[in-house]
Design a protein around this ligand. Structure first.
Ligand SMILES: Cc1cc2nc3c(=O)[nH]c(=O)nc-3n(C[C@H](O)[C@H](O)[C@H](O)COP(=O)(O)OP(=O)(O)OC[C@H]3O[C@@H](n4cnc5c(N)ncnc54)[C@H](O)[C@@H]3O)c2cc1C
Length: 292
């Protein structure tokens, strides 16, 4: 346990800066902040900090740093590795109030978000703008974009769109002493200097707290269909996937230009029947390939 006087001192310093909603102590800390989705033992933190913006987040970390106070970062608490479960004596810092989509740029195809935005909320906002944010998995309704980046999450679209790292153009993070590093790049091509965001993506809160991010959006898919493709070996599975990815880019696996459309799936995988056609498969079919 951290000394009660230390916890009280941190709470007293932060209440005027974060407001009553931003500092919850003792019995006011919700049970849900005691653990994430892992099997780690639940430990209810003595203090929960809930900053609403980068300035407040920076103040929260600075005051904890000045008191030598350990902090655990919490997003949607859906992580499966125990990284967001408090250890004894840690103060919890939740991004749940940092839940604003600051900008959705439908021309540049980017979204600028606070770290606590729920994944599904960004998916919905992108869809309403005729776009898509392709990161997707079962915890979409609870997990946060900051948590997704901190875990470098994958999900069901990684083969086509990549893991969270590949969907992030820029990032803002706050170090343990409250220093704010703002690298909210929006460009696909940015060759200048260090790419600091790469350090924070996948670092699970050990290097700092991700406060904001610029994420890539894609044109919305017009059609989706599911196909089951049986293959004799993993080599064939890979061949199918390479063929599919090459077609997405308008080339066959030999680099020749191919016609885009429903016929594009013909002659795939050594002359096997393309079963997606039986199901009215369309351009943006989801391919599930399995080796027998
Ligand atoms: C049903 C279900 C399905 C899932 N499917 C997948 C899947 O297909 N692929 C996959 O990769 N993962 C999957 N996950 C796990 C996945 O990693 C998380 O759901 C999600 O990425 C974590 O986000 P979160 O906001 O809940 O983070 P939390 O659980 O709150 O935190 C996770 C880690 O990130 C840190 N953290 C959180 N926010 C920040 C921040 N702003 N800055 C710095 N550090 C931070 C925490 O300290 C902790 O170490 C699944 C989980 C569930 C419950």
């Amino acid at each position: 346990m951290a000394p009660t006087s230390q916890i009280e001192s941190i709470a007293a310093a932060l209440r005027p800066l974060l407001g009553p909603q931003g500092v919850l102590a003792a019995g006011d800390v919700p049970e849900r902040n005691s653990k994430d989705w892992s099997s780690a033992a639940a430990i209810r933190p003595q203090l929960l900090l809930r900053p609403a913006n980068t300035l407040q987040l920076s103040a929260a970390l600075r005051v904890c740093h000045e008191h030598g106070q350990a902090v655990v970062v919490q997003g949607g608490l859906t992580g499966l590795c125990g990284g967001a479960t408090p250890q004894t004596g840690e103060v919890a810092l939740s991004t749940e109030r940092m839940n604003r989509i600051e900008e959705l740029d439908a021309i540049g195809n980017t979204a600028t978000v606070q770290a606590g935005v729920i994944l599904e909320n960004l998916q919905r906002a992108a869809s309403e703008a005729g776009l898509s944010f392709p990161l997707d998995f079962g915890s979409r309704g609870s997990c946060t974009l900051g948590g997704n980046l901190a875990c470098n999450a994958g999900g069901n679209s990684v083969i086509r769109y990549g893991v969270a790292r590949e969907l992030c153009l820029g990032l803002e993070a706050v170090l343990a002493d409250g220093t704010v590093l703002t690298h909210l790049n929006r460009m696909t091509k940015n060759t200048s200097g260090f790419d600091l965001k790469q350090l924070f993506i996948g670092s699970e809160g050990t290097l700092g707290v991700i406060s904001r991010a610029v994420l890539k959006l894609y044109p919305a898919q017009r059609d989706k269909a599911t196909a089951v493709v049986a293959a004799d070996s993993f080599a064939e599975v890979l061949a199918v996937l390479w063929q599919r990815l090459a077609e997405d880019r308008g080339h066959d696996s030999h680099g020749n230009f191919v016609r885009r459309g429903n016929d594009a799936h013909e002659d795939i995988s050594s002359g096997r029947e393309d079963r997606s056609r039986q199901h009215g498969g369309k351009q943006d079919s989801l391919w599930i390939a399995a080796a027998k």
